[in-house]
Design a protein around this ligand. Structure first.
Ligand SMILES: Nc1nc2c(c(=O)[nH]1)N[C@H]1C(S)=C(S)[C@@H](COP(=O)(O)OP(=O)(O)OC[C@H]3O[C@@H](n4cnc5c(N)ncnc54)[C@H](O)[C@@H]3O)O[C@H]1N2
Ligand code: MOO
Length: 445
């Protein structure tokens, strides 16, 4: 089950003369190891933290646990509009208006008395229950009668029911969502300490790239510049600049050695062609190559280097789907750690159709949700090693998944991780989610 798309590379390598830098197969890192290394490097050195007003924290992650600054509710609260009562009824109705939300504490309620109360108001000391207006009636003598049994404490939210001051509401690294902002405000916060977003410079290499109009005379449109910045932002990065460097080794060296970003991402120039400058420039810059090729298709020339102790470079191959593969293999786990984010739970789905594999390397193949769930797969059937449960979602491998193509990934909900040798229809495979899947309503998880 070998895809003809993958066959040309080894042949091309064999044609290279000895004077040309030849990628050594044995140096390529297995796909899982490369991801794990990138994740470890990122997690080892998250970027700094800062305090921001609640209104600016959305999309960040908590740098420290969210501990309640108050009991919630912070006082015994009426859960309904009606009557606060003390002891058994009927009750004498207290003169002088209602107890309202936001008002100061009212005098204690003696046994046998009732007072009108609004939802959210402080329950007077001594009250033993709240009776909803629709479950009671007041008679002409100024007495209140319950129309249902009254249980002790009914419709009173006791102080501290949701949390006590100091309780941990959410752990560090929780994503700051609209709901978290609401909870933080309720729990007394004006500001949150969040992890700084790692700063990323994107350097797009290649003299053949146009930034507008139709391809002509061998020139093509830059597909990566428009794609990477928003994708990286969705991964938690702050893209400081997207620069087009052409095939200029000096300009690349200047950009790499002069950067102040936490991560530099280059596109193109990772292979062994005459204008593939990434390796020589990294040598010149004294960078340490941590990953030099990964056993994955597409994208195997991807690389990861350490520029300085606190600065990394991810080299994405120029072929657009190969660049996506490098983005998800190396950049995503590295940035996740730097941004203080937690790893998502590995997610698996059943592939509806056979997927061709590479003989030795992992393949990443765009897949779309089939809108159904696999049932009754025989145990142990999957090359991915796990039987499909009755509720395993079903995915369809998409066409147009060649290294130079974006047509498949643009229609995809995720990328299936296809082990060497391929997968049969019904196999269960790991799926890499795309960061926008949740916003389009097609999320797997
Ligand atoms: N002798 C070898 N040749 C190649 C190898 C190899 O191992 N030995 N690997 C092949 C594989 S696999 C890939 S992937 C590419 C990686 O090449 P580079 O990273 O050096 O990228 P370029 O040569 O600069 O470009 C490759 C291809 O992609 C197009 N490209 C580049 N940037 C963009 C962009 N921003 N938008 C759209 N398209 C882009 C470029 O025009 C080329 O067609 O190398 C193989 N060759
Ligand atoms: O074929 Mo290359 O694998 O990465 O585009």
């Amino acid at each position: 089950m070998t895809d003809p798309e993958d066959d040309g590379v080894d042949e091309a390598l064999a044609l290279l003369g000895p004077e040309v830098r030849t990628p050594e197969r044995h140096r390529a890192t297995p796909w899982g190891e490369a991801r794990a290394l990138a994740a470890r490097l990122g997690a080892a050195r998250p970027t700094g933290t800062r305090r921001v007003p609640l209104g600016q924290a959305l999309g960040g992650v908590l740098a420290q646990p969210l501990a309640a600054l108050t009991d919630l509710p912070s006082f015994d609260t009426s859960a309904m509009d009606g009557w606060a009562v003390a002891g058994p009824g009927p009750w004498r109705v207290r003169e002088g208006g209602s107890v309202l939300a936001g008002h100061a504490q009212t005098p204690p309620l003696p046994d046998g008395e009732a007072v009108r109360i609004a939802t959210g108001a402080r329950v007077p000391p001594g009250a033993t229950a709240v009776i909803r207006s629709e479950h009671s009636h007041a008679d002409a003598t100024g007495h209140l009668h319950a129309q249902r049994d009254v249980t002790h404490g009914q419709d009173i939210r006791p102080r501290g029911q949701e949390c006590r001051s100091g309780d941990q509401l959410l752990p560090a690294s929780a994503p700051v969502t609209p709901a978290l902002l609401g909870l933080a405000a309720a729990a007394g916060y004006d500001e949150l300490r969040i992890v700084e977003r790692p700063r990323v410079d994107v350097l797009v290499l290649g003299d053949e790239l146009l930034t507008a109009g139709l391809p002509h005379d061998g020139l093509i449109r830059d597909a990566l510049g428009p794609m990477l910045a928003p994708w990286l932002r969705a991964l938690g990065a702050d893209v400081t600049v997207t620069r087009r460097i052409g095939d200029d080794a000096d300009a690349l060296y200047a950009a790499v050695s002069g950067t102040e970003a936490d991560v530099v991402i280059t596109t193109g120039g990772t292979a062994a062609g005459p204008v593939d400058h990434v390796h020589p420039v990294l040598d010149k810059a004294g960078a340490e190559l941590l990953v030099d090729g990964v056993k994955v298709r597409p994208g195997h020339p991807m690389l990861l280097a350490r520029l300085t102790p606190a600065r990394y470079l991810v080299g994405l191959p120029g072929n657009p789907l190969a660049a996506v593969s490098g983005l998800l293999t190396l950049a995503e786990p590295l940035l996740r750690g730097l941004a203080g984010r937690r790893a998502p739970e590995p997610y698996r789905a059943t592939v509806r159709d056979e997927v061709h594999g590479h003989p030795h390397d992992t393949r990443l193949v765009p897949v779309a949700h089939a809108g159904g769930r696999a049932t009754g797969q025989p145990a142990g059937h999957g090359a991915g090693g796990r039987p499909a449960g009755p509720a395993s979602p079903l995915v369809v491998p998409l066409h147009y998944n060649g290294p130079a193509m974006l047509r498949g990934i643009a229609a995809a909900d995720g990328l299936a991780v296809v082990p060497p040798g391929g997968a049969r229809a019904g196999d269960v495979l790991e799926i890499l989610d795309l960061p926008w899947a949740a916003t389009t309503g097609r999320c797997f998880t």
